[in-house]
Design a protein. Structure first.
Lengths: 113, 110
């Protein structure tokens, strides 16, 4: 079933190409950031995280970039595959304010074969 | 599979009714979080419990309440339900910063 609203920005990408998903966060005091992937009918699944003392972190086929100056976060997916089709959310956290996550609105990624 | 379980998977009820959603965290996780995901609001933090005590509160309505039991499972109680309460309700658990989400409960209020 649908997990998010009708007005999500959508990124269409050809299979095998790289994907870049952007996120603007709101609070300059945020010190921890996470990217989640949500497939239809499922809960958000952790992809990668980054602390505010870093500007880049790499995982398997994914890279997160953090630009604190402009409060911008991006997720790069290399060699996008059909299984990457999902909604992607960034989330920010302020440790001093407890561990509650504030989620961005999400981006839908559609991978074309 | 995140290790977080939620029941029921689907719930259909009428306006004015009360429902209870249940969450079992991952083994060893002391923190439980509840989130609401609706079509027009995205994912919204509701409340956090840590080892049985309320730790943080978000945009949770007064008609909603939660608790965490000694065995660390948690329940979210929604009362006087309105049409606008129809949404996916997710539970997450953590032992550190990273939160692991359950599969959610889809609530439909008719």
């Amino acid at each position: 079933g649908e997990s998010v609203g009708l007005h999500l920005p959508t990124l269409s990408v050809q299979e095998g190409d790289n994907s870049i998903i952007n996120c603007a966060y709101s609070n300059s005091a945020s010190d921890y950031f996470i990217w989640y992937k949500q497939e239809s009918g499922k809960g958000p699944q952790f992809i990668i995280d980054i602390r505010s003392n870093m500007d880049k972190r790499q995982g398997q086929r994914v890279t997160v970039l953090l630009n604190k100056t402009v409060k911008h976060l991006s997720l790069q997916i290399a060699a996008t595959q059909p299984g990457d089709s999902a909604v992607y959310f960034c989330a920010e956290n302020i440790k001093a304010a407890g561990n509650k996550l504030t989620f961005g609105g999400g981006t839908r990624v559609l991978v074309k074969p | 599979d995140s290790g977080v379980t939620q029941t029921p998977k689907h719930l259909i009820t009428a306006t004015g009714q009360r429902v209870t959603l249940r969450c079992s965290p991952r083994s060893g996780d002391l923190s439980v979080y509840w989130y609401q995901q609706s079509l027009d609001q995205g994912l919204q933090f509701l409340i956090q419990y840590y080892n049985g005590e309320e730790r943080a509160k978000g945009n949770i309505l007064e008609r909603f309440s939660a608790q965490q039991f000694p065995d660390l499972h948690s329940e979210l109680n929604l009362s006087s339900l309105e049409l606008g309460d129809s949404a996916l309700y997710f539970c997450a658990s953590s032992s550190g910063l990273q939160q692991y989400f359950g599969p959610g409960t889809r609530l439909t209020v008719t």
